[in-house]
Design a protein around this ligand. Structure first.
Ligand SMILES: [Zn+2]
Length: 96
């Protein structure tokens, strides 16, 4: 009863999910602005970077077709989707 899920979203979403339900591998649809390819990426192929502001918050992946590294802004919805799907999250703003 003392457990609270409010507030902090750590980097251990995957472990938080473990045991709660069986995980079906999630895929995210993405497109490449370089070669205009469209594809589905597993959570492990994506990275989410959360900066201090929405301008520095983005997700990135490498295009499986042309190899370009693609970076796109991530809104709140996308962040929820990605973190919920087990995408690795980096926090860019340091506490220094
Ligand atoms: Zn591409």
């Amino acid at each position: 009863m003392s457990e609270s899920a409010s507030g902090v979203r750590g980097m251990t979403v995957a472990s938080a999910f473990a045991g709660m339900r069986s995980v079906t591998p999630l895929v995210f649809r993405a497109g490449c602005p370089d070669c205009r390819g469209r594809f589905e990426l597993a959570a492990g192929a994506l990275r989410l970077a959360i900066g201090a502001t929405s301008r520095t918050t983005f997700y990135s992946f490498t295009c499986p077709d042309c190899g370009a590294s693609v970076r796109k802004p991530a809104g709140e919805r996308i962040i929820e989707l990605l973190t919920g799907g087990g995408v690795r999250t980096l926090r860019l703003h340091s506490t220094l």
